[in-house]
Design a protein around this ligand. Structure first.
Ligand code: NDP
Ligand code: 8X3
Length: 255
């Protein structure tokens, strides 16, 4: 590990997190990867190790489990606790209903993952960064953290909370030379909509019809841009949209 940097990516089994793993490996970072589907992480670890010769440690982790997050962190080999960049990416949306019809289990899943999970992971990782007086935390927000849209109620609330937390973390971590960045994408074609619509692939596909959405790689390149600035430069907030998307809900779609 000597001389190499390490990135910790949550939600690395799919979409934006997966694309970040490839780009940071390409840039010769060692990868600490976490998600619930650990089989996927193992498959990608073998692939990226062969391609880029970096070291990879994969962890099966549900970020909603406060005790597990801390236990997994405490039990990591010491050399894997030297994290240069933490990408708080694990997240999801569940359902798209008006507030009066919302499913309260869906609400719990979104709040527990997008907000509390991000907090638990940060709480575990940040003290070591504080001690070393260096580090970079990149939170994946969303256009949904800047605007609210019909039926987006709870998902938008979690991403607004991430926006607030990013600002708050920057203040608290300022004395310790720790950078804090928010990367906020518009529509990105990943498994996100399949998860939002609970496996309804036809409905998920329709979200991206008639325009070119961002790809996970587009977002990962923006994250890499933020991570690769010189030590005195912090990207506070990076809002990244498809050209065909002007607001959370306004798209220019071709028939
Ligand atoms: P994907 O569904 O493709 O990926 C989500 C990732 O989060 C998966 O790796 C999933 O892994 C992981 N994850 C979900 N729940 C948990 C959990 N409880 N514990 C650990 N990992 C978890 O979606 P995206 O790549 O699009 O989403 C990544 C982030 O980007 C999310 O925070 C999302 O809100 C945000 N975002 C997405 C946009 C989009 O349009 N796609 C736009 C703006 C922001 P596993 O299921 O294996 O645990
Ligand atoms: C995901 C993008 O527009 O569905 O954060 O909120 S959106």
């Amino acid at each position: 590990m000597l001389g190499m940097k390490t990135v910790f990516i949550t939600g690395a089994s799919s979409g934006i997190g997966f694309a970040c793993a490839e780009i940071f490996a390409r840039e010769k970072y060692n990868l600490l990867l976490a998600s619930r589907r650990v089989d996927r992480l193992h498959a990608m670890a073998t692939d990226l190790q062969n391609k880029y010769g970096v070291q990879i440690h994969a962890i099966g982790l549900d970020v909603r489990d406060k005790n597990l997050v801390q236990k997994v962190w405490d039990e990591l080999p010491e050399n894997w606790k030297v994290i240069d960049v933490l990408i708080n990416n694990a997240g999801l949306s569940q359902g798209l209903e008006p507030i009066q019809e919302g499913n309260t289990d869906d609400w719990d899943r979104m709040i527990d993952t997008n907000l509390k999970g991000l907090l638990y992971v940060t709480r575990a990782v940040a003290p070591a960064m504080q001690e070393r007086k260096t580090g970079h935390i990149i939170n994946i927000g969303s256009i949904a953290g800047k605007e609210v849209y019909p039926n987006g109620n709870v998902y938008c609330s979690t991403k607004h909370a991430v926006d607030a937390l990013t600002k708050a973390m920057r203040i608290d971590l300022l004395p310790y030379n720790i950078k804090v960045t928010s990367v906020d994408p518009g529509a990105v074609e990943t498994e996100f909509s399949v998860v939002r619509f609970k496996g309804d692939r036809e409905r998920a596909k329709k979200v991206y019809e008639g325009f070119t959405p961002l790809s996970a790689e587009d977002v990962a390149e923006a994250i890499w841009f933020a991570a690769s600035r010189p030590p005195h430069v912090n990207v506070n907030d990076l809002l990244l949209m498809p050209t065909a998307q002007a607001t959370g809900t306004l798209f220019h779609k071709e028939p």
